[in-house]
Design a protein around this ligand. Structure first.
Ligand SMILES: *Cc1c(COP(=O)(O)O)cnc(C)c1O
Length: 452
């Protein structure tokens, strides 16, 4: 059998069984992985045997996070069109760095970038780049911010670095995602010297508590808090800032996709006033890992921060993809995004987003009716539930994970230990939600009975 057919059969088996297997692998399957821990081989192995080994040992030890009952982190799944397009693109094995290396990838990047800007209601003239995830999208956007603010003060950070440069103030909220702090660290802006603004009970930056800063400043906002799903009031933050040399960044890893829904787009009102935006496609758009996108209003700032040149590289007027991102050689990340958007259409995307929000409400109602407290206003797809004290809640999370009907993680929200439920997978059905609720409530009542 041709290896591709063998592969296709194995892929089909995996997908067919996805929703009937335990969501988390058994301890036994995880222990089997030790079989792979051998010395590097001297003699070649048949390609078919390599694939067989990976499938037989590897597949059972996967987390079924691409199935319908995985609610951990904010994970999303893989739409069939996105998955197969990514696989075809892997067969093509194009280098997405340069147009001359792959006219098709370059063209699809252009088209997809244009579509996304329209979908999110951002200016069509923005620069954009396709990166590995939202962490790199934040990094790329903030590099453009650093370039722009320092350029306005007559300093070229790309040439001269940060030693001796004029100071930039960075403001974030107390609820900023750790990936933004990491991006600031990588950019030499530091994670400790930021000004942190307190948040309200939903995790939104308190606009009233923002200090009035007159120095050049980057303000990092967030739409879609990982715990509550809440949105910073970007418009009010922007309007309150009287500073002329300001850059407002929006981390919209999953929240930006609310813009695709008529029911939810009020949440993103005013974000188009900002200077840069970061999002993930591997979360709510449901493309396979890994995939993030960055948009920057000032395309030249993005280019200045990211471009590189060498004698052997083309310098023509074509949009060279690698000039807008940190990487040079890179895979064709726009292709699965393009395929996802084609297969859903804007109506299908809106419907998917709205279904997940409704399913989050089903969880909320089911848990509340069972007597448990949901800690957040469920404005989007995120639900946080407490079952009592920290130990009880932790034990219930552990037992739910162990039972394997669904998978939910934990968090601590403003001092209270909670279970997180994030609905973001295209294949999650209402039946999946009911089945998962059944498991969660059953496990919770069992632990509560023991605790008394
Ligand atoms: C997931 C997430 C990130 C990090 O994104 P990666 O794709 O994991 O790099 C950043 N910010 C928010 C709000 C997130 O939800």
């Amino acid at each position: 059998m041709h290896l591709i057919n063998d592969f296709a059969q194995r892929a089909k088996n995996y997908i067919d069984k996805l929703n009937t297997e335990l969501v988390y692998p058994t301890q036994e399957a995880i222990e089997q992985l030790n079989q792979l821990d051998e010395e590097i081989r001297v003699n070649p192995m048949e390609a078919a045997s390599v694939l067989d080994l990976l499938d037989v040992i590897g597949s059972p030890a996967t987390v079924k996070s691409t199935g319908g009952r995985y609610f951990g982190f904010v994970t999303g799944g893989s739409l069939p069109a996105a998955l197969s397009a990514q696989l075809l693109a892997t067969v093509w094995d194009q280098n997405a760095a340069l147009t001359v290396m792959s006219p098709v990838v370059s063209k699809i990047e252009m088209i997809t970038g244009k579509w996304l800007l329209k979908l999110f209601g951002l200016p069509a003239t923005c620069g954009f780049g396709f990166v590995t995830g939202d962490t790199m999208a934040n990094f790329t956007a903030l590099a453009a911010a650093r370039h722009s603010l320092l350029k306005n003060m007559g300093w070229n950070v790309e040439q001269d670095g940060l030693f001796g440069a004029p100071e930039i103030v960075v403001m974030v909220s107390d609820e900023i995602h750790s990936s933004v702090l990491k991006a600031l660290r990588l950019l030499g802006l530091g994670s400790n010297r930021v000004i942190r603004v307190p948040c309200d009970e939903q995790g939104r930056m308190k606009v009233d508590a923002m200090p009035d800063i007159h120095q050049p400043i980057i303000i990092c906002t967030q739409i879609g808090n990982v715990n509550t799903g809440s949105f910073d009031l970007v418009k009010e933050i922007y309007t309150k800032t009287k500073n002329k040399n300001v850059w407002v960044h929006v981390d919209g890893a999953f929240g930006l996709w609310a813009a695709a829904s008529d029911e939810k787009k009020h949440l993103v009102e005013g974000i188009e006033l900002a200077h840069s935006w970061a999002t993930d496609a591997h979360k709510w758009l449901n493309v396979p890992y890994d995939s993030g996108v960055v948009f920057v209003r000032d395309k030249e700032a993005l280019f200045a921060a990211m471009s590189s040149s060498a004698a052997y590289l083309p310098t023509d007027a074509m949009r060279e993809p690698f000039n807008y991102v940190p990487e040079m050689s890179r895979q064709a990340r726009a292709i699965p995004i393009w395929a996802a958007l084609q297969s859903l259409g804007t109506s299908g995307l809106a419907e998917m987003i709205e279904t997940h929000c409704k399913q989050a409400m089903m969880f909320t109602k089911g848990l509340t009716d069972a007597g448990f407290s949901v800690l957040n206003d469920v404005v989007l797809n995120q639900v946080m539930v407490s079952f009592g004290d920290a130990n009880t809640t932790q034990q219930i999370i552990k037992n739910v994970q162990h039972e394997g009907v669904c998978w939910c993680g934990g968090t601590v929200w403003q001092g209270i230990t909670a279970m997180r439920i994030s609905v973001s997978n295209w294949c999650t059905t209402d039946e999946d939600v009911q089945q998962s609720l059944g498991s969660i409530i059953h496990q919770a009542n069992k632990v509560k009975q023991v605790v008394g």
